[in-house]
Write a protein that binds this ligand. Sequence first.
Ligand SMILES: Cc1cc2nc3c(=O)[nH]c(=O)nc-3n(C[C@H](O)[C@H](O)[C@H](O)COP(=O)(O)OP(=O)(O)OC[C@H]3O[C@@H](n4cnc5c(N)ncnc54)[C@H](O)[C@@H]3O)c2cc1C
Length: 357
Amino acid sequence: MGYFYAHLFSAEPEISAMFPADMHTQRQRLYAALRQIAAMPPEMVSGTADDDDGLTAYLSALGRAHRKFGVRKDHYPAVRSALRVTADRFTPPGKDAGNQDWEAAVDRAAEIMIAAAEEDAAHAPAWWTAEVTGHQLRTPQVAVLTVQPSEPFPYLAGQHLSVQTPRWPRLWRNYSIANAPRPDGSLTLHVRAIAGGLVSTTLVHHLRTGDILLLGRAEGQMTADTESQRPVLCLAGGTGLAPLKAIAEAVTGTRQRRDIVLYHGARTESELYDLPALRQMELDFPWLQVIPATSQERAGGTRHGAIPLLAAHADWKDREVYVSGPDQMIVETVAALRALGVPAGLLHYDLPDEPLP
Ligand SMILES: Cc1cc2nc3c(=O)[nH]c(=O)nc-3n(C[C@H](O)[C@H](O)[C@H](O)COP(=O)(O)OP(=O)(O)OC[C@H]3O[C@@H](n4cnc5c(N)ncnc54)[C@H](O)[C@@H]3O)c2cc1C
């Protein structure tokens, strides 16, 4: 990937200006995207596939997401030729780098990405500006931010957006939106500062009300099913609470009496950064039950244990189950629930496959 980017940037210096100085994450993400493209079935390459295993959706999302970097249709040929040079350079002797199927797959992928970006450009900006209207440091590492986009920002409860701060130009990071859409359009984010983390540290420790952020479009498949009549189980770890709070809000907002149980797990009691607000939600919606849990200490009024373990003992039968938190927590929780027989169709979660820069 390093070789590829070196070629691309020397051929098209304008493209290099779109990327951050630290290319490590970007290289990993492009590699993941290329693996998906390489796995394209021939019917999809020829454009005759009916069922494409979600690849069209994946590539369309990739095309739309690239709008915020300033990527244009006329940048794609440079990417194609840098890929060609890279494939030639790294193909082992005796193997065929000039595989036409592969080139056709890259062209088809570019076609899908360009079409999706053009369709998106017809009705949505490439990014939004948003003013920070609230900033509360809830623990030494977690802040709850409220931002006000300058133009309507469409999204569904449970989705995430990407954020760029003026302090770190060209670095975009994903954060879940912690509220269902509000009449005033404001958005709440829960951000944990990661040690050495560039964007999260800025958002938690250096942001002030009145500051301006850039927002990339909302993404994510885990959204509130407000049509379902089933009761709901939400299993959140850390700031994974954010999208599940939005989903709980969306479900309670339908005014149907759908029973919701919301677990919020943290290592210690002091890390349960949103408990007063969750308790208030419980008072407002008596059919919502909040269960705080701590894994590293025992605390009064909280369950003891990690979310994957508690999930197995939760009331999951015949419920829509939403899971959000660190990747490992999601993987373990989903595995535990599947082993108990929870149908895949009732399990909702977003695991990052790193498609978006
Ligand atoms: C779909 C999605 C939704 C997300 N929602 C939220 C959210 O609501 N709230 C939130 O706080 N974060 C959320 N994240 C994580 C967020 O996008 C960033 O990865 C995180 O804030 C770190 O960014 P950074 O720029 O501060 O760190 P970087 O500068 O990217 O990383 C610094 C170092 O920390 C490591 N690192 C990065 N992320 C983590 C992590 N989560 N835990 C431990 N080490 C890490 C990196 O490997 C690197 O070594 C979400 C991520 C995804 C993919």
